[in-house]
Design a binder for this molecule. Sequence first.
Ligand code: FDA
Length: 306
Amino acid sequence: MSLLDSALVRLLPAVPKPVVQLFSSRYIAGATLSDAVWCVRDLNTAGAMGTIDVLGEEITREEEARAIAQAYRDVFASIDEAALDSNVSVKLTGLGLGLSYDLCRENLLYVVGVAAGYGNFVRIDMEDASTTDDTLRLYRELREEGHDNLGVVLQSRLRRTVDDVEALADLRPSVRLCKGIYLEPGTIAFTDYEAIRANFVRCLDALLDAGCYVGVATHDEWLIGESLARISQRGLAPLEYELQMLLGVREERRDELVAEGHRLRVYVPFGEHWYSYSVRRLQENPAMAGTIARATAGRVLHLGSR
Ligand code: FDA
């Protein structure tokens, strides 16, 4: 990333929302559940699976958190009706974690209960480091109560993650392993690109050694190669792991991996609360973010000079 691009990426939050929406549309299925259903249907036709996310995070009102939980009921009903190959992903701050642990627990239990009724599965996304302890605590509590249709996410960016793998091992968790999108301070996180990669491989080894089902969530070609080599060394069958990618990212590579016989799941977000998710995705794509920020800056300067 050029210095100019990285400076422009930081300016992204100042870009007008309609411009962000225009450039981020590739990452989001649309505003409605039927947009998500059509998107997953296309993915299924192309041989990939889905995980549907109702957009919404950092919710500040109880009714909103309950509405997101209710929205998942409709998602499961639609998945069932359209016979889609898809589970769901949830953000705990969307279910009210920022308001109260108990409210979030209640909402999560509701979603997991509905999922169980449909024989489906819920993956808890991992958010910033202020939520890690509560997320893992809630995950353990529900698993110990017998809710086995529940998985979690671990981030190789965090220094604690190898210890978290060890601490969770008795549950034989289903884990999505990713680098982690939230930039955390060096005291708790690796900040160097290669160190994050190295920790990803270390955590993957620990998860596979513990007999966990892993969703390897990365578009990083080097990590895809390292992960597939480890999976193959252990002789895992196609049903014993999966690869995961984000909607709108490296779609050609996705199709190749599917053609090679790997099960691959695509993260499909939809809904009205698209803004925070979009900014994160654009910040991961500096060339695009730079283009947008430059275009906007040009427009502002142009207006100013009139
Ligand atoms: P890296 O960022 O190095 O990207 C590798 C290459 O992929 C880039 O060089 C580029 O070609 C391409 N690429 C990556 N992102 C792109 C983008 N936005 N636009 C265009 N090209 C892009 N994080 C988290 O903290 N909690 C979570 O719960 C999840 N959940 C999750 C689910 C799934 C299915 C995926 C794939 C990812 C997540 N993440 C996440 C995000 C993850 O932590 C990470 O930020 C991104 O996947 C980018 O990291 P990569 O491993 O792809 O490497």
